[in-house]
Design a protein around this ligand. Structure first.
Ligand SMILES: [Zn+2]
Length: 150
């Protein structure tokens, strides 16, 4: 397993790869096996769970890479934590289905990914996974309600 803390890109070959997921689960201590299965499914399966209970995240944290910790804390706050009402499962799906890459330019450092409210901050909005640059550029073009400024 690559534990290089400078590498904050998630390799593409992990997505929907149950053999890889099982190999990672096997590295966990026995009491954490179930939690690791939940956490890795939440992170890497496009059809996987859209919720991750906090205690499962906590139990799996010692077995996650730095880049995975960045992603999973970012998303779990939005599916199960205090940002749930503003984001929820749709936000997770936007990031996960984009394989944690900016949908505009492909940028892949997970520390600089954002979840953009496509139609502004409305209740029914969908989300897009954008890098900080593309998000900023879009924000300068559109105001918070989704209307074009320029
Ligand atoms: Zn971008």
């Amino acid at each position: 397993m690559n534990k290089d803390s400078n590498d904050y890109t998630i390799p593409m070959d992990r997505f929907n790869n149950t053999i890889y997921l099982l190999s990672r689960v096997a590295e966990a201590d026995l009491p954490a096996v179930g939690s690791m299965k939940s956490t890795l499914s939440f992170l890497y399966l496009h059809e996987g769970p859209v919720n991750l209970p906090r205690e499962r995240l906590k139990a799996s944290e010692p077995f996650l890479e730095p880049r995975e910790l960045v992603i999973v804390r970012w998303l779990q706050t939005r599916t199960n934590g205090n940002l749930r009402s503003k984001y929820g499962a749709k936000a997770l799906l936007a990031a996960r289905n984009a394989n944690y890459r900016c949908v505009t330019c492909g940028f892949s450092d997970v520390r600089a990914l954002h979840l953009d409210h496509i139609d502004g901050h409305t209740i029914d909005t969908d989300f897009a996974c954008l890098c900080a640059n593309c998000h900023n550029i879009k924000s300068r073009k559109m105001d918070w309600s989704g209307d074009k400024k320029y």
